[in-house]
Design a protein around this ligand. Structure first.
Ligand code: MCN
Length: 795
């Protein structure tokens, strides 16, 4: 029986603590003497600020400070552009507190700090702002028209960026095509809706000049670097801790949100801790969102269904500011050809300012949109050419022998090339066809039709560049005395279960129980260098960094054990927490080895006593360190991927549409997925399921609504329909494991996969179900009952 932990379905070790209410989130951090912050937010989508009167708020009992753009000193700036790109000129980013103008409902205008949140909220209502409302245009297509009011006068036609990518020779291929399929699709705006909203608390020690910030972020190191540079502190004087974080889904990777600067600023100025816990409404109107894109996609094909070229032209709603650059649109543009061997691609997008909450990546980041575009177009192509939907895909899929398949000319969001590194695309399609029961379905559909029922089968294929660089690191240390292994990384987890998978990786190298590996994340005080949790990158980038590091510690351990046991290092095995001479019962515990390798040790415990069997125990008579040697068993190393590694999958569903209520019932849903070698299949399945639930939301329910003046009209969980467990059907998941050749563990990411293809799959199924009833088309998500009713009426 294999004792290998890589690949074992081990339950997440954090769950017992979290499920029994023992989590410690930012709001659980008790900071004696803490003050509380509340924000005044713009009630207008676009307005000029003619004056702000804070005098009544300042005089309210319990109010300690009121901040506007006029008294925040060096923070009264346009915040940094995180990902610059040449396609953007004069990119607009937000100021922590609005100066002169507001650009969306929810933008922060003033901050009140008071003895408690109630007082702070009440005082916010005492601030009097004189606004002059300006005209707005919310419709994305109208916003680029010549007559549209401008969000930023600096940007004609509201264009934030205009970017074209080309692969092959599309112009020539367009002319050669025997058939052209054209469709226009739209994916609407949604939001991450994590269980815990965003949070930040700060304390400043003026004697030591040290700032400590607790932040429910996906990027503690990014926050630390940002705070240090904005406040002019040495990085070592800023410690950022992401405690337990109740979901992030991309919304919490962005830095800085205004509160992430203003709360520490107030703590420094006032000499007291300050805390801010975003409420749900603020999360809806003030924290970044994603998705709205309108694509006009064309497939240029031969009559046999072979697609020889693709042209896509899309609008990307970037909201009022573009702090993250064009990352979301660029991911969409480079994923647009999906898993298909389409040699000629022309894709242009325009990122468009609208007077709404800014757009940054939300789980899936541009891929649900590109998947919806290409897969809806593939279905349409099949219909127009009279081909089976599976068959048209099969004819175009990248073949096993084509890997690595590079789309020369396209650059991914990391600025690197698009190299689909490995996969078994045909096999995955066959598995999906088999799992959904395609061959038997025609009879089922016909039988249902006899009863007047609309039964349909949908499918969609997706690819996903995961594991973006530039790098992550790990520190692995075997503790003297206990023999437990501590692992530090620069990442943080919002529910992905890193503690378990990283422990599995280390366990294999060091021969210790998974329970004896303690993974410490989310604290810049324990690991110095790294990026963040996003882009489904932890397994690929941190996993491999930790693997490399653990191998170094393994080498040190074996060397030290060989010395102690007077054996050949080649004969040493690490297992069950011991170094053992193979084929004998001579062994020494890792605790003893780690203790013996620390010259300064105390003989107070059994590990130290065990160590003394092999070396003298006095504090002072250990051997001196020789050049390059360090005490203890520990190492730090990094992994930097060459480029993204591409995961992929196929979804298929059988749905029934109730033609009276226009509701959709998912009867069966299958997902075939390949994220390379799975470190932990239970966690991988959980990730696919979680993503799928969010995909169901985007496909059928969730849409952020604005009225014509730009007021959000469903900024709460009553009107914004997030699916409950009752709306999320069962999903059958099967895996392929095609290793990535781009990293030693052969892994690819999975964190976003589940959500990508759900909209395209259900649209395909709903369309198929309604084909006998007039042939309604579905080119937009979410597919709400009213949309089904309208489509059926217009068909
Ligand atoms: N994993 C594995 N084997 C693989 C790939 C991954 O066992 N071949 C494991 C990983 O070790 C990790 C989990 O699966 O424990 C997800 O891995 P990965 O795909 O590397 O994604 P990240 O850990 O980098 O997490 C980010 C990703 C993103 S981008 C979003 S958005 C998202 C997601 O993860 N947000 C989440 N999943 C989430 N899950 C929860 N519960 N909460 C969120 O906010």
């Amino acid at each position: 029986m294999s004792t290998r932990k890589f690949g074992a379905p081990i339950k997440r070790n954090i769950d017992p603590r979290l499920l029994t209410g023992k989590g410690a989130f930012t709001d659980d951090i008790n900071l004696p003497g803490a003050l509380h912050a509340a924000f005044l937010r713009s009630p207008f989508a676009r307005a000029r600020i003619k004056g702000i009167d804070v005098s009544a708020a300042e005089q309210a009992a319990g109010v300690v400070a009121v901040y506007t753009c006029d008294n925040i000193g060096h923070l009264d700036i346009e915040l940094p552009l995180l990902i610059p790109h040449p396609s953007m000129t004069d990119a607009r980013t937000q100021r922590p507190l609005a100066r002169d103008d507001v650009y969306y409902v929810g933008q922060t205008v003033a901050m009140v700090v008071a003895v408690d949140r109630y007082v702070a909220e009440d005082a916010v209502n005492l601030i009097d702002v004189d606004y002059e409302p300006l005209e707005v245009e919310l419709d994305l297509e109208s916003a680029v028209g010549d007559a549209a009011p401008l969000v930023h006068p600096t940007h004609p036609n509201n264009i934030a960026a205009d970017f074209t990518q080309v692969c092959g020779n599309p112009e020539a291929a367009f002319a050669e095509a025997e058939h052209v399929t054209r469709i226009k699709i739209q994916v609407d705006r949604s939001t991450a809706a994590a269980m815990e909203c965003r949070t930040v608390a700060a304390r400043y020690d003026s004697v030591r000049g040290e700032l400590t910030v607790w932040d429910g972020t996906q990027a503690p190191l990014g926050v630390r670097g940002g705070l240090a540079s904005i406040f002019g502190f040495d990085e070592d004087k800023v410690r950022v801790i992401a405690p337990d974080v109740g979901g992030g889904f991309g919304q919490k990777v962005m830095f800085p949100y205004p509160d992430e600067l203003l709360v520490p600023h107030a703590a420094i100025q006032l000499g007291r801790p300050v805390k801010y816990i975003e409420d749900r409404r603020e999360n809806f109107i003030g924290s970044n969102q994603e998705r709205t894109q309108i694509h006009e996609i064309e497939l240029f094909a031969r009559k046999n269904g072979e697609v020889i070229a693709l042209r896509d032209n899309f609008l990307h709603d970037t909201g009022a500011f573009i702090p993250y650059g064009i990352a979301v649109a660029q991911v969409a543009s480079t994923s647009i050809a999906g898993p298909y061997r389409i040699p000629n691609i022309h894709v242009r997008f325009r990122a468009v300012y609208t007077p709404t909450v800014p757009v940054t990546p939300y789980r899936g980041c541009g891929r649900p949109q590109s998947c919806f575009a290409i897969e809806r177009a593939m279905d349409q192509l099949a219909e127009e050419l009279g081909l089976d939907r599976f068959e048209v895909r099969r004819r175009n899929l990248i073949r096993d022998e084509d890997f690595p398949y590079t789309r020369e000319g396209l650059l991914f969001a990391d600025g690197l090339r698009v190299k689909l590194d490995s996969g078994q695309y045909h096999k995955a399609l066959d598995m999906a066809r088999e799992a959904i029961g395609w061959d038997a379905f025609a009879a089922d559909q016909a039988a249902a039709l006899k009863d007047g029922k609309a039964l349909g089968l949908g499918l969609a294929y997706y690819v996903e560049g995961t594991g973006l660089g530039p790098y992550e690191g790990g520190h692995v240390k075997i503790h003297p005395i206990t023999g437990k292994v501590y692992v530090n990384t620069g990442l943080t987890s919002q529910g992905q279960g890193h503690d378990t998978v990283f422990a599995q990786i280390v366990s294999d190298q060091l021969g210790v129980a998974v329970e004896d590996v303690i993974v410490v994340e989310g604290d810049t005080g324990t690991f110095e260098w790294g990026v963040a949790t996003f882009a489904s990158r932890a397994a690929v980038v941190s996993g491999n960094a930790i693997h490399k590091t653990a191998m170094k510690v393994r080498e040190q351990t074996i060397k030290a054990a060989a010395n102690m046991l007077e054996a050949d290092p080649a004969d040493i095995e690490l297992r069950d927490g011991h170094a053992v001479i193979a084929g004998t019962d001579r062994k020494v515990s890792l605790a003893a080895i780690a203790t013996a390798t620390n010259p300064l040790r105390y003989a107070f415990n059994s590990a130290a006593q065990a160590a003394t069997q092999f070396a003298p125990a006095s504090r002072h008579d250990g051997p001196p360190l020789i050049d390059g040697q360090h005490p203890g068993l520990e190492a730090t190393d990094y992994f930097s991927p060459e480029c993204a590694t591409w995961a992929y999958g196929v979804h298929a569903a059988i749905v029934e549409v109730d033609r009276d209520t226009c509701s959709v019932e998912v009867k069966k849903y299958v997902c075939i997925h390949d994220c390379g070698n799975m470190i932990n299949p239970v966690i991988v399945d959980g990730q696919v399921m979680g993503g799928f639930a969010q995909g169901i939301g985007g496909a059928l329910y969730e849409r952020i609504e604005y009225d014509r003046e730009g007021n959000p009209t469903n900024a709460n969980f009553v009107d914004f329909l997030i699916p409950y467990a009752t709306e999320v059907p069962n999903i059958e998941i099967a895996h392929l494991e095609t290793p990535s050749p781009l990293n030693p563990l052969g892994v690819k990411g999975v964190g976003e996969a589940g959500c990508i293809a759900v909209g395209a799959t259900l649209a395909s199924g709903i369309e198929d179900a309604l084909k006998p009833f007039g042939g309604a088309k579905f080119h937009q998500t979410p597919i709400t009952p009213s949309m089904i009713f309208a489509a059926m009426s217009n068909a």
